[in-house]
Ligand binder design. Sequence first.
Ligand SMILES: [Zn+2]
Length: 258
Amino acid sequence: MKAALLTIHTLLLMYLARAQNTTSIQQYEQQLKKAYPDQISGIKDNYVIFRNGTRIIFDDGKEKTLAELYAHPDIEDQLKATYTKGKTPNPAEGDDPGRIRNDTFFKTMYGATPAEVQKNLVTITWLPKTVKQHLKVSRINGVDKKMQAISDELEKLPAHLLPYVQQVAGTFTWRVIKGTDRLSTHSFGITMDINTRYSNYWQWDNKTTDESKKIPNYINRIPQEIVDIFEKHGFIWGGKWYHYDTMHFEYRPELMVD
Ligand SMILES: [Zn+2]
């Protein structure tokens, strides 16, 4: 009898563990499908299935150090980041929501080479009533339309907030993140650096490129009103990273779960 009870208990625990696991994969699947309906059809047999036929492993089952998470994340690692919209406290040590990125995921959607990405770049007119800056951004996932909508809302802000978003420093450049061999999302035309004059970057303020070091200074001068507009359209802000980059906004709707 005791043995039988024990077996039932064990089975129940196994069932619960599996149920929990299934729920979270289903949640991740919903998250991906909602964020990228034109690109991703679902998760099947531990693979993320793209509509173009590409399959990327969802969970590689490996335990990773922080350095390994940056270098070789699977999709599960990428989605684990919890990005919170709106005003948040200064980021805690090691908290970089959205900085863990699986290269193949972005290459599959936006292009695997500069030429492939460029085929899908279109020109938008940033702040058309005041600044009229021409910027190249991807049309995939409607990123161009979202950037244009952000531009429209920014132009309605009080005039003293506009200098932060004038003289946009860059959108598309195929390049790696300084101090690493990881591709920056600037390579995909889904990212914008706003005016560097009012921006702060962990590497500049702390005189290091070493991601494993403690960062004593967190500095931000970008007003929340600007961050709110970008977030509303699915863009995460680099000011919410321990490795902060306050000029940097990138399109990451999969992390914007309400
Ligand atoms: Zn940037």
